[in-house]
Design a protein around this ligand. Structure first.
Ligand code: FES
Length: 176
């Protein structure tokens, strides 16, 4: 697997390792690979929301599996990031019901306001806009995910408010 240009400090703290071991303990002896998804979430959350190859190798080592088994999972799911991402990731749903309710206009509006293209972080590393598949909240279209939360029935005014809240650090990203 190609190493990226981005360097990441790996910090497997005692608290993180305790959490990982607790997750592994939910599965039978020898089936620690089954903990891969929740372990990756924990490790990513503890490392600024992204997983370098070196960090993926570390996860493979902890779970005693081949590195490629981790690479396959990380590259398949959009919820795992393989490069540094904006702290506030606006993940707009781009499936039909959200599109029919104007999500593409909202994405354009958000990108223009932030001065970025889809998939590139702002220069200060604070924001990023991404398009994702249906998030299962079609009745609340147009919507996006921000951290662990859904932001629904979006309008330009709501996007403006979200950006302000993020800049002021008054928004919650995680529910734990
Ligand atoms: S189409 Fe957007 S949440 Fe389902």
């Amino acid at each position: 697997m190609e190493r990226t240009q981005y360097k990441q400090e790996i910090n497997m703290t005692e608290a993180l390792m305790n959490r990982i071991n607790e997750l592994i303990s939910h599965y039978p002896e020898g089936k620690q690979k089954s903990a891969l998804l929740p372990v990756l979430h924990e490790v990513q959350d503890a490392h600024n929301d992204w997983l370098s190859i070196e960090l993926q190798d570390k996860v493979a080592e902890i779970l005693a599996i081949k590195p490629v088994e981790v690479y396959e999972v990380v590259s398949f799911y959009t919820m795992f990031n393989r490069r540094p991402v904006g702290k506030y990731m606006f993940e707009f749903c781009q499936t039909s019901p959200c599109c029919l309710n104007g999500v593409e206009d909202l994405m354009d509006y958000t990108c223009n306001k932030l001065g970025v293209k889809v998939g590139e972080p702002t220069q200060d590393g604070l924001f990023e806009v991404r398009g994702v598949e249906c998030l299962g909240a079609c009745g609340y279209a147009p919507m996006m995910q921000l951290g662990d939360f859904y932001k629904e029935h979006l309008t330009k005014d709501k996007v403006n408010q979200l950006i302000e809240d993020c800049k002021n650090n008054t928004i919650m990203l995680h529910d734990k």
